[in-house]
Design a protein. Structure first.
Length: 456
């Protein structure tokens, strides 16, 4: 028996997070009463409310619905982003509720199913969503907990009580992915990140080594070429992929167009010709190689891979084309790591050669800005123009001396500026924009609709 047996209600502290909201939707779909708290209203919390989940934004125990105050039958889940002095957290502790991290609940659910986990410091949202979408098109089906909103599904959850398969992101933050013991896994990248958690790169790599060692002995690991893992600790069958090159899975005959991409997938002893993607860019081809590769290893037929990939419309805020007109292109992206930003800008340069690219970047976290200021400056230096917003703090308190200015001062382009949030739209109005990219993992997405309105 585990903590999820006999659960009648689930309460979420930080319900508006992308991972927390997927769990909330899961329990709601399973017929449980669900409620929760989050600091600010967002389009995601509004969606949850429309689905029948009670959400409030005032940290006050009196806001907790009466039934959820009783420990018996109530599951309380929290995210590490929630501070220890949150009044509702204190209430639940004082009233003898057992509290669980999101990663613990995900681990419990995955233990009951045959799990495919996608890990990596970038790429995991797109790859996991693609894998889930492919499995959905088989008779086996799947459940999935996604780190972004699938455009096909308009959700970050796939719920299929008849399926024994589960697809999930394996998040390295807070070592969350060490709660997972998957049957199969994909590892897309292990570039330095979350050094506030790990302290140094070697410790982060050791955590990825441990995650890989937890894959089932008779299971599968598909990893991007040249990822520095300790292969001695891995019991599963190991295969590699790359966008191009001599690996177990790779792409050839790549055709990149303004609004779509296509390629042939080459795998061990087989090929799938003319896989077509409705979303452009070399980065998406690489993600599709990873997803198609692991799907083929799991037994998904070639015809299903080709047809399902052709109808996959992507994930919100992942190289998300918002406006495509002759005189203006606007793309929104979630990138918040230097390598992600570099890959996104490089894809835009390939698709739109010779055009002027203006980027609006909102740094995410003081610690990440401190640790990777040089990397951000290098990747943002690939732009023609840079508009830099203030740091989005998320769970962190300010760090003395750390601001967006330390990035700005190191960016090696002449057209660059700091901009307050309330001045962004007026600044864009003044400019003759050719291609615009908004990028960041904070609340920069609140500008997407106003910018779309501006250019329509």
């Amino acid at each position: 028996m585990n903590a999820l047996d006999n659960i009648k209600r689930a309460y979420f502290l930080g319900i508006g997070g992308i991972g927390m909201s997927a769990l909330a939707r899961y329990f709601r779909s399973a017929g449980k009463a669900v409620a929760g708290y989050d600091l600010n209203p967002t389009p995601l919390t509004v969606s949850l409310q429309k689905e029948g989940i009670r959400v409030h934004h005032n940290d006050a125990p009196c806001e907790i619905p009466e039934a959820f105050r009783r420990p018996a039958g109530t599951l309380v889940v929290y995210t590490p982003a929630v501070p220890d002095d949150l009044q509702e957290m204190i209430f639940f502790k004082e009233h003898h509720h057992r509290l669980f991290k999101r990663s613990e609940i995900l681990g419990m659910l995955s233990a009951e199913m045959k799990t495919v986990a996608v890990a990596g410091t970038h790429g995991k949202t797109t790859v996991s969503t693609m894998v889930a979408f492919l499995l959905m098109h088989t008779t086996a089906g799947c459940n999935a907990f996604l780190g972004g909103i699938s455009k096909n599904l308009n959700s970050n959850l796939i719920y299929d009580p008849e399926s024994n398969w589960m697809v999930t992101e394996a998040d390295e933050f807070d070592r969350s992915f060490l709660k997972l013991y998957p049957f199969a896994a994909v590892i897309t990248a292990i570039d330095p990140d979350h050094l506030d958690v790990y302290g140094n790169v070697n410790e982060m790599h050791r955590s990825f080594d441990q995650f890989a060692s937890q894959i089932s002995e008779n299971g599968l690991l598909l990893m991007k070429k040249d990822i520095p893992l300790d292969l001695k600790s891995i019991k599963a069958r190991i295969l590699t992929y790359s966008v191009q090159g001599k690996t177990d899975f790779y792409a050839q005959n790549i055709r990149l167009e303004e609004h779509r991409s296509s390629f042939d997938l080459v795998g061990p002893g087989f090929a799938i010709n003319d896989i077509s993607l409705e979303h452009p860019g070399m980065l998406n081809v690489e993600n599709a190689v990873a997803a198609s590769g692991i799907a083929s290893l799991l037994g998904v037929e070639s015809g299903i891979i080709r047809s399902a990939m052709g109808s996959f419309t992507g994930i919100r805020r992942r190289f998300d084309l918002q406006v495509t007109k002759e005189n203006i292109v606007y793309i929104d992206d979630y990138g918040h790591h230097p390598k992600e930003i570099e890959a996104t800008i490089s894809s835009i340069r390939t698709l739109y050669p010779g055009r002027r690219l203006t980027g609006v970047f909102q740094p995410h976290l003081y610690t990440r800005t401190r640790d990777f200021a040089d990397g951000f400056a290098e990747s943002l230096g690939l732009l023609d123009e840079l508009i830099l917003l203030d740091i989005y703090p998320a769970r962190e308190q300010p760090i003395p001396g750390i601001s967006s200015e330390i990035i700005l001062n190191r960016v090696p382009i002449r057209s660059k500026m700091l901009c307050r949030d309330d001045q962004l739209i007026p600044e864009l109005v003044k400019r003759n924009i050719d291609i615009l990219l908004t990028i960041g993992a904070g609340d920069i997405e609140r500008f997407v609709e106003p910018i779309k309105k501006l250019y329509r």
